[in-house]
Design a protein. Structure first.
Length: 353
């Protein structure tokens, strides 16, 4: 709550337009309503106006301040179709019916985001991760000088001893089942940059393993060790002031006393506030355990490495979880080029400058 409250204050000073493709989902409508009521900006929900209004009536929700946009009736649809067809040919994407594709809400919302008709996008309450990621990757694409698109889940715990006053950034919770050394290093740097952007403090990044500094030998531990060295180099090249430590076990990352016993030369001066997992399984399991067992507030995944701000929320998310993801996405949009220099210049169907 404290973390999101701080972001809400920032966003109230710099309101943004967030598109919610799942406009007929009650929790999404509730989140959009809260987004407007808190003066965070202009929420846009996609869907048939009749169906959206019926859901709003059923759940006693006002649509005041919420823009309801039906892709099938949008004046932008024909232009979007032309651009998508051009983009598909340029990128060698499979032949599809462009109109049928863009009538799908996540594709239409991705095009709105790419065309600067929205500042951020939040989806996933009724769609799989692949159903959210595919349109974003096809239409928005990666940010300049970025090859790895991943997902960071932001967790806020009641116990402020962990992370940064209880806030932890976990990655990759979205995209890459078994990242390479290069991908793992890019995930670590992107997540550190996001933590710095949202928290305003020096990121303390732990690249996690079942091994601490060679206590066990295995390919996966060696991959994390190599990724740590590469992440440090990438951070130096990008002038990112952050601490990277790995490979280390989770207790070393979170408990300084245990850390000093196991690793006297540990680089972390305090508990890590960024946790980078060796593969997707462990990251997602950890995030859901914290949500269900520790009753933590869990937001995202916030998508890393895209050319525009976007977030995916788990299916069945509550309105507050969706609102939190929207607040994070909106705050990212305030100074997005600070996260990814040169981002936001690409327009679908046109040559990137």
């Amino acid at each position: 709550m404290r973390f999101i409250a701080g972001l809400i204050e920032k966003l109230q000073r710099h309101p943004k337009r967030i598109v919610f493709p799942e406009g007929t989902e009650p929790a999404v409508l509730q989140a959009a309503r809260q987004f407007y009521a808190l003066r965070l900006g202009a929420p846009i929900v996609l869907g048939s106006r009749d169906r959206v209004q019926a859901v709003a009536r059923e759940h006693s929700l006002s649509l005041d301040g919420i823009r309801v946009l039906d892709p099938a009736r949008s004046e932008e649809l024909e232009g979007f179709i032309t651009r998508y067809s051009r983009l598909r040919r340029a990128r060698g994407l499979p032949e599809t019916d462009a109109r049928e594709t863009l009538l799908q809400p996540n594709f239409f919302a991705s095009m709105m985001l790419a065309m600067h008709q929205a500042d951020g996008m939040v989806s996933g309450a009724t769609h799989t991760m692949a159903g959210v990621m595919r349109p974003l990757l096809q239409i928005v694409g990666p940010a300049p000088h970025t090859r790895t698109v991943a997902g960071c889940t932001v967790v806020e715990l009641a116990d402020s001893r962990f992370g940064e006053a209880g806030v932890l950034f976990l990655a990759d919770c979205a995209a890459i089942p078994v990242p390479t050394v290069e991908e793992l290093a890019e995930i670590a740097v992107s997540t550190a940059r996001l933590a710095r952007h949202l928290l305003g403090v020096k990121p303390r990044v732990a690249l996690l393993s079942f091994s601490t500094k060679g206590s066990a030998e295995h390919e996966s531990a060696g991959r994390v060790r190599a990724a740590t060295a590469l992440a440090r180099q990438k951070a130096r090249d990008q002038n990112l002031d952050a601490i990277f430590e790995g490979e280390i076990q989770i207790d070393v990352a979170l408990d300084p006393e245990t850390g000093r016993r196991k690793c006297p030369d540990l680089a972390l001066p305090a508990p890590a506030n960024v946790l980078i997992f060796p593969e997707l399984n462990s990251a997602q399991i950890a995030a859901r355990l914290l949500y269900h067992v520790a009753r933590a507030e869990v937001y995202g995944p916030v998508l890393l490495g895209l050319d525009r701000p976007a977030a995916n929320v788990p299916r069945g998310s509550a309105a507050w979880d969706i609102l939190g993801a929207a607040a994070i996405t909106g705050v990212q949009a305030i100074h997005f080029p600070l996260l990814y220099p040169g981002a936001g210049q690409n327009i679908p169907g046109e040559t990137r400058p």
